[in-house]
Ligand binder design. Sequence first.
Ligand code: ZN
Length: 236
Amino acid sequence: MEDRFARHEALLGAASAGLAHKRALIVGVGALGSASAERLTRAGVRRLRIIDPDRLSPSNLPRQTALHEGDLGALKVEALARRLKEIDARVIVEARAARATPEGLPALLEGVDVVLDGLDNFEARLWLNDACAAAKIPWIYGGVLATQGMSLTITGRPCLRCLMPEAPPPGLLPENAEIGVLNTLPWLIAGVQVTEAIKLLAGIAPRAGLLVMDPWRGEFEVRSIEARAGCACVAQ
Ligand SMILES: [Zn+2]
């Protein structure tokens, strides 16, 4: 073990060295996904697959700490891939400038050990939920809105459809573009997601329950959730 990772090795033991051989998929590299990619790289995970169709705009900069003014206008996945290589030249980044779709997700999941959610809508998250269930790959939901963030680690049941069987109709939930988002929040939620990813990759049992935090109000809680009778995850 090289000195670079000695402090994780002290925590995780031999499992720390194994991170270099694991592959993580990050679906969406906005505020959450770019923060997750950076921390995973710094933790020593050497194979990252990232997907996002968007280019960096000025309104992204308060939250996307891995990207800079010099990246404005660039595809987020390409700018992020460059930054990750600067952090650790050995990281292998597969960058896809595309949107996650039900048809495309199965191929994206091939060879993946863990998935981190960086999406910004529930329709796509439920597609990801179903694709991960079919492939039996754990994934970590993360979402932020205004001053509230949530995260749930899904390794079978309960799943995201237990909480939300169908995506809400467009316009029902407010969007960050309308009501804003606290710029510290994505880092906190991404930190929780990456913590869970490292545990899963190291063979350590994940945390149960839905984490709900509002750092602006100083509220942090874990709500227990049950598998929902009739959900596809219960039948599997
Ligand atoms: Zn379920």
